[in-house]
Design a protein around this ligand. Structure first.
Ligand SMILES: Nc1ncnc2c1ncn2[C@@H]1O[C@H](CO)[C@@H](NC(=O)[C@@H](N)CO)[C@H]1O
Length: 147
């Protein structure tokens, strides 16, 4: 899994077209959304993550929590982003993992939004620009076999 984490004044998106034949079903209100004072987590779920989704979810949540506490925000935007890797997991596995990251963070008391999966989206982001505002993380399941 590859994550790009941007601490932002806000992130807002608007769904445009379908980017998959069968994107996630969304309600009218999910077609656009916004979160202020947010840690935006742009996430590419990778093929290797399919070997141990549970462990990847746990590691991703831990990394996000760690950075959120450093930048002092409880607002997290989980943003599906297929542009951080050339070895992407299947959409089904990716969506499942992203939903689990969202759920785990909510269980831990974070205010979490997740951008819709399988769409092209316009988005605006205002990076805060401090030394910890732009971070990336690579997460590999422990016993993953390097191909
Ligand atoms: N392995 C994966 N990890 C994360 N997201 C993934 C994915 N496979 C599919 N998606 C989602 O489907 C859209 C088309 O690839 C993706 N859309 C995007 O990445 C938008 N920024 C538009 O390009 C994304 O919603």
């Amino acid at each position: 899994m590859r994550m790009l984490l941007i601490h932002s004044d806000y992130l807002e998106y608007e769904v445009k077209d379908k980017a998959l034949k069968k994107p996630e079903e969304i309600s009218e209100e999910q077609k656009r959304d916004r979160l202020d004072e947010v840690l935006a987590a742009f996430i590419s779920v990778e093929k290797v993550d399919e070997q141990n989704p549970k462990e990847v979810v746990e590691k991703a949540v831990k990394e996000i929590e760690d950075i959120a506490s450093q930048v002092k925000t409880k607002n997290i935007f989980v943003y599906p982003f297929a542009h951080l890797s050339s070895e992407l997991a299947s959409p089904d596995v990716a969506l499942k993992i992203l939903k689990e990251i969202e759920e785990k963070l909510k269980e831990k008391g974070y205010n979490v939004k997740r951008a819709p999966f399988g769409y092209y989206k316009a988005f605006k982001l205002s990076c805060k620009g401090h030394p910890l505002a732009e971070l990336s993380r690579t997460i590999i399941p422990g016993e993953a076999k390097k191909e």
